[in-house]
Design a protein around this ligand. Structure first.
Ligand code: PEP
Length: 241
């Protein structure tokens, strides 16, 4: 399986000019770029090799959903992937605290609409402190709720990617170890094979940078990385590529 790098720019950068410059610098095969919605159009005109992702997508397609952007509108910009369930949206204040039920509704709509999903799951610090088995139970519970009903869709491998992102590792400079991330990846893959008959890519996310990336990316059980902070620095991101 080829490795995949997902660049989550979050609410960065400030201007279209900067966004286009960053998109050009990261335009490589095997890369998926998730700019803020306001830069999707300019990024889509810029990218030749990388694929485009949205950082979220609402479940309704058209209608009275003030402030939301629907999966159907995103397709207009050539968006092929949608990140759902990022911990920053699950936990207030960003996204208002998305529940597994809301994430599930968004996931089913976007999948039915023909978009590929990058579903983020991962445990908070207090759960991990109880041990990796407790963390696995936590992640299993998220996956079962977020993917409810997906077993009825005819999914292909590329339609659903799981990003294992322990919350305590995101933006903290303290990544998980490649060994634990790989253990979680094996666990997630076996769950998805058993419950959904799916061979799924599992990415690791959480403080991945140019110095530590090879430990994760060279691991056979880790299919790539979801990168936040380091994706805003083209030099750093190019080390990952
Ligand atoms: C993320 O935003 O999903 C993420 C992993 O961020 P960072 O790489 O900055 O930890």
């Amino acid at each position: 399986m080829k490795k995949l790098l997902v660049a989550n720019w979050k609410t960065n950068p400030l201007t279209t000019k900067e966004a286009v410059k960053l998109a050009k610098a990261e335009d490589h095969k095997g890369v998926v770029i998730a700019p803020p919605h306001v830069f999707l159009e300019s990024a889509s005109k810029t990218l030749k090799k990388a694929k485009l992702a949205s950082q979220d997508a609402f479940w309704g397609d058209l209608g009275a959903y003030t402030g939301e952007i629907s999966w159907r509108q995103l397709k207009e910009f050539g968006v092929e992937y949608v990140i759902l369930g990022h911990s920053e949206r699950r936990n207030p204040p960003v996204g208002g605290g998305e529940t597994d039920e809301l994430i599930n509704k968004k996931l089913l709509s976007a999948l039915e609409g023909g978009l590929n999903i990058i579903l983020c799951v991962g445990e908070p610090k207090e759960i991990r402190e109880k041990g990796i088995e407790t963390a696995k139970n936590y992640v299993q519970n998220q996956l079962e709720k977020d993917l409810k009903g997906a077993e009825n869709l005819k999914l292909k491998t590329e339609n659903l990617i799981i990003a294992y992102e322990p919350i305590w590792a995101i933006g903290t400079g303290t990544p998980d170890t490649p060994e634990s991330a790989a253990e979680m990846s094996i666990f997630i893959k076996s769950l998805l094979t058993t419950n959904y008959s799916l061979q799924t890519k599992v990415l690791y996310g959480g403080s991945v940078n140019g110095r530590n990336s090879s430990g994760f990316l060279s691991h056979p059980e880790i299919d790539g990385a979801l990168v936040g902070g380091a994706s805003l620095n083209p030099e750093e991101f190019n080390k990952l590529i």
